[in-house]
Design a protein around this ligand. Structure first.
Ligand SMILES: Cc1cc2nc3c(=O)[nH]c(=O)nc-3n(C[C@H](O)[C@H](O)[C@H](O)COP(=O)(O)OP(=O)(O)OC[C@H]3O[C@@H](n4cnc5c(N)ncnc54)[C@H](O)[C@@H]3O)c2cc1C
Length: 605
């Protein structure tokens, strides 16, 4: 990048001498999308304050086959011991970089099931159903069709009408896949899993090749930093970004947000900056509630205990934490097809050849996210197990209050009860994914449990804004979740037992083919499940206030003015698909909502 792209990176000096219309805490997907759209109008000024640095265009960020998220993740941030998972603690993966999760994620670009978006509406998110979101999914996206050979060879099908062809985020299919992924495709077909015409049309169920946030012009990552910052910043003197600073709290005049306090990570210097119109917290599912709590928005008794002055008593802040759990199944193979996703690691000659191929012609294994293949299965519970109705009945027979702490606020409990009703319906209908399965063509299959009944929470550990909050995933608190993982494990064994997979001679090493009874498997799973697929969400949920919600249907925080929350933290129920496409789409829609409120010229979706 030329220096011109950094023209609007500002220092603390500039920021402290400027006031802005909008201040955005967090320069991730939602934050940068909003900043871009709001500054389309030259008279609207925006400051983004981002905790992380700019990436330096490293291969680990830009090249799918060189993918390594760790350098730009929050460091040393772990969960509390998880009682449901043998008291283990787990790393909580989140982007800490300009672009947030989009700079470090695996690039899967999948939309919600229609059924999942529509559920948000019934919990209070009026206007955020599938029909409302579709125009904004399209607005955010520049879809590139696969070439005819790739479409044929890799079973890619799609529907033009549901895609966008002029948006900032590049969406495409890699021009390569490993041969063995065809065996997995055939295995899925053999057990009756169907391939939708296009999983991104609201169906989101079945067997498909993954769409990626991948720029087909050079097969590099497409992410918010490029799409909503680099691409526009040259012409936007009204768009400022302050990196490597942490937003410590929102400042209020009575009940109106009037600015923020922020702190330099390198010097610890603390300053204030004023927002003439609004502050928008777009800091992800762990840090949005942290900022709210530090600002005095949260459960009153709890804030008092920490010595924080309460601005609004809002019990739902930090509650309702959800994520997709993951489970790796490991195999050895007698006669697996080479090369596969394991070959880049095991064979340095192949690795070097493929890197050279990528560098010369943008082809080959380096166009795939490292260690993954392209075929992906998303299953309704009824597609995974014939026991789906009894699992749903088990959930309905349980006492919801028994899965939340004893002192839980009645509104938060009411929201949980309402969510459980919806979840039980999803378990018996065939409208939304409850689990996913993908084999990487090498030693690993990953199983994802995407519709948990258990809930976790984010709370403050100390009032130091640089300290990590306490992250409790709450995994497997509700035993129903383990029943679902077990069903997915058994479904995966069924896939592996089909002729197209059996010709490869797989042996399950972990959990282990010798484990056959439900009891044996469940015991093993508690030691193997990871509570997070880095899809943490829902901790400042867009729900009715009577249901423990934190923001209304315009993402305004209840009880104050001039303050919104955006991004993955406002989901109420976690969708069954990876979140980023939805975060982009929702931020596009929110930008229009804000522009409308302030009479800022609106561009049509
Ligand atoms: C390793 C990994 C892999 C993933 N893979 C996929 C995938 O393949 N597909 C998919 O759809 N999703 C994936 N995700 C999830 C997805 O990227 C996130 O859900 C998404 O980025 C959330 O968007 P957001 O705007 O809400 O928050 P983020 O994009 O996380 O942005 C929040 C930003 O706020 C900043 N911040 C936090 N606190 C403060 C503070 N106090 N002051 C200033 N700044 C602050 C953070 O540094 C961050 O940059 C993955 C995530 C990770 C971490």
């Amino acid at each position: 990048y030329s220096l011109g792209n950094y023209a609007r990176v500002v220092g603390r000096e500039t920021v402290s001498n400027t006031s802005y219309d909008f201040i955005i805490a967090g320069g991730g997907i939602a934050g940068l999308t909003l900043a871009d759209r709001l500054t389309e109008n030259p008279n609207t000024s925006v400051l983004v304050v981002e905790y992380g640095p700019f990436d330096q265009g490293e291969a680990t960020v830009l090249i799918p086959g060189a993918y390594n998220p760790f350098p730009y993740l929050w460091q040393n941030i772990f969960s509390t011991p998880q009682a449901g998972l043998n008291n283990a603690t787990f790393f909580a993966p989140m982007g800490a970089v300009v672009g947030g999760g989009s700079a470090v994620n695996a690039m899967f670009f999948i939309r919600c099931a229609k059924d999942d978006c529509d559920s948000w509406e019934s919990l209070g998110g009026t206007g955020w159903g599938w029909d409302d979101l579709l125009p904004y999914y399209k607005k955010s996206e520049n879809f590139t069709r696969p070439g005819p050979a790739a479409a044929r060879d890799y079973n890619i099908s799609w529907t033009d009408a549901v895609h966008g062809f002029g948006g900032p985020v590049q969406a495409s299919y890699p021009p390569f896949n490993y041969a063995g992924d065809k065996n997995f495709w055939d295995a899925a077909t053999a057990v009756g899993i169907e391939a939708p015409k296009d999983p991104n049309d609201g169906s989101a169920i079945g067997l498909f090749s993954l769409l990626k946030a991948l720029d087909p012009r050079n097969e590099t990552r497409s992410y918010a930093r490029i799409a909503h910052y680099d691409m526009v910043i040259g012409s936007r003197p009204n768009y400022h970004l302050l990196a490597e600073n942490v937003v410590s709290k929102v400042l209020f005049k009575e009940k109106k947000a009037i600015g923020i306090e922020y702190m330099s990570r390198s010097t610890g210097a603390i300053s204030n900056v004023t927002a003439n119109k609004e502050v928008i917290i777009a800091a992800g599912a762990v840090h949005a509630p942290q900022i709210l709590h530090l600002s005095g928005i949260g459960p009153k008794a709890y804030l008092q205990g920490l010595g924080i002055n309460t601005i609004v008593d809002l019990p739902g802040v930090g509650q309702n934490l959800q994520d997709h759990m993951t489970l790796d199944i490991n195999y050895s193979f007698q006669s697996n097809i080479e090369p596969n996703a394991g070959t880049l690691l095991s064979n340095t000659t192949y690795d070097a050849e493929q890197l050279a191929l990528y560098e010369s012609s943008r082809q080959g294994a380096y166009t795939l996210t490292r260690q993954t293949a392209q075929n992906f299965i998303q299953l309704a519970l009824g597609n995974a197990t014939s026991k789906y109705a009894s699992i749903a009945s088990l959930a309905q027979s349980e006492n919801p209050a028994s899965f939340l702490p004893a002192n839980t606020d009645p509104t938060v409990l009411a929201g949980y009860v309402a969510q459980r009703k919806i979840l039980a319906q999803k378990y018996t209908s065939f409208g939304a994914p409850v689990g996913s399965i993908s084999w990487n063509t090498g030693p690993d299959t990953t199983i994802y449990m995407v519709k948990p009944f258990s809930r976790g929470s984010i709370t403050l550990n100390t009032t130091d804004p640089l300290a990590n909050p306490l992250i409790d995933f709450g995994s497997l608190k509700d035993p129903v979740d383990l029943e679902v993982v077990l069903a997915l494990v058994r479904k995966n064994r069924e896939l592996m037992a089909t002729p197209p997979m059996q010709v490869l001679g797989p042996t399950e090493l972990s959990p282990g083919a010798n484990l056959t009874t439900d009891a044996q498997l469940k015991t093993a799973l508690r030691g193997l499940i990871n509570p997070s697929n880095a899809h943490m969400c829902c901790t400042a949920a867009m729900m009715d206030r009577e249901l423990g919600g934190v923001v209304d249907e315009e993402m305004k925080v209840y009880g104050v003015t001039g303050l919104r929350v955006a991004g993955v933290s406002v989901f109420s129920l976690i969708p069954g698909s990876a979140p980023q496409a939805t975060v982009y789409g929702m931020a596009e829609k929110l930008a229009d909502t804000i522009k409308k409120q302030y009479g800022i010229a609106v561009s049509n979706p």
